[in-house]
Design a protein around this ligand. Structure first.
Ligand code: ATP
Length: 312
């Protein structure tokens, strides 16, 4: 578990982050979401002890990052924005070197190395020079060096940035697998990536933490159910009829997709009896107006992010 308590960082006159507090519980993937310059890298650099905060405290499994720095850093594997790779070394020799730096016992290094190479899909390129690898493989080596010493907490700064779509899928798969046995904190400015991988999300905006919540809680449905429907029939007849249903709060016509078909957005009260879809179906059957399409809209992380940042 890693806790960030009231952390502020000032670079001279620039206040990069202000009074940030959050907890990354054991065994969860936590996403740090924010636009460019929101303060993600600064937060991660402080969490990993790479630089000290101006104010506040970081605790790793209850240990203070300032006073018990060595023990804290041993518990964290860090993939910084620019991974510290040596191009002239082979993958294997580099990872062996990192294991030695992290004081893995010499006896354990060979088995530990094989496990990391296999986890990160690097076994086949283990004897190649890092400088000759593609960006996706270099990123895997970056993740692999974070795994050396088997730390329980992994901190990854924008791990998929600059990768091609296939490499992005591979690295996301790797993060998902690592999430099963580690606490993982990773930053991204991609909402879809955070939504896909994380159980918990922290939203930073202009150096402030504006939202922290479980992903399920953040995107859980409100008491309003929003339906989108395409119905065969005339708008002038359909709109007032739909609005007359007790469960319907508002009906908004959308652009017409094809002649004779009305597309509408319907805001309904959730959990009514009968439910909104059934009531709509019965009404339209009686009107002999076939439903061509009916879907319910879900709040996406994008909506939550836009609402939170707009409120700021
Ligand atoms: P990005 O996604 O672009 O990397 P970020 O969310 O990681 O952005 P940070 O790099 O933490 O954001 O930067 C937060 C703010 O602090 C920005 O306004 C940035 O210009 C400023 N900043 C970062 N490092 C320094 C520094 N060494 N000196 C002065 N200002 C800095």
């Amino acid at each position: 578990m890693i806790e960030c308590k009231g952390v502020t960082k000032r670079y001279g006159a620039v206040e990069a982050i202000r009074n940030i507090s959050f907890t990354a519980p054991r065994g969860q993937i936590v996403g740090l979401l924010g636009q460019n310059g929101a303060g993600k890298t600064t937060t991660l650099n402080i969490l990993t002890g790479y630089m000290p905060p101006t104010e506040g405290q970081v605790l790793v499994n209850g240990m203070d990052m300032l006073t018990q720095a060595r023990a804290c850093k041993r518990a964290i594997g860090y993939l910084p924005e620019k991974p510290p790779l040596y191009d002239e070394m082979t993958v294997r020799s580099y990872l062996k070197f990192v294991c030695e730096l992290k004081e893995v016992s010499r006896k354990e290094i060979p088995a530990h190395l094989e496990e990391i190479l296999s986890t990160c899909g690097l076994t086949d390129v283990s004897e190649r020079l890092i400088g000759h690898l593609s960006k996706g493989y270099r990123q895997r080596v970056g993740v692999a060096q974070a795994l050396c010493g088997d730390p329980p907490v992994l901190v990854l700064d924008e791990p998929t940035v600059g990768l091609d779509p296939r490499q992005v899928v591979e690295i996301r798969g790797l993060i998902q697998r690592l999430g099963a046995g580690h606490t993982v904190i990773f930053s991204s400015h991609l909402l879809s990536e955070i939504q896909q991988l994380c159980q918990r999300v922290i939203i930073l905006h202009r150096g402030k933490l504006i939202r922290e919540a479980d992903m399920a809680e953040l995107t859980e449905p409100s008491d309003v159910l929003v339906l989108r429907a395409a119905i065969k029939g005339r708008q002038q007849e359909l709109l007032p009829a739909i609005l007359s249903l007790p469960c319907v709060r508002r009906v908004t016509p959308l652009k017409q997709a094809e002649a004779g078909v009305t597309e509408v957005r319907i805001e309904c009260t959730r959990n009514t009896s009968p439910d909104a879809q059934t009531a709509l179906f019965r009404l339209l059957c009686a009107m002999e107006a076939p439903i061509m399409q009916l879907i319910s809209e879900h709040d996406s992380l994008e909506d939550v992010f836009l609402q939170a940042t707009a409120a700021e």
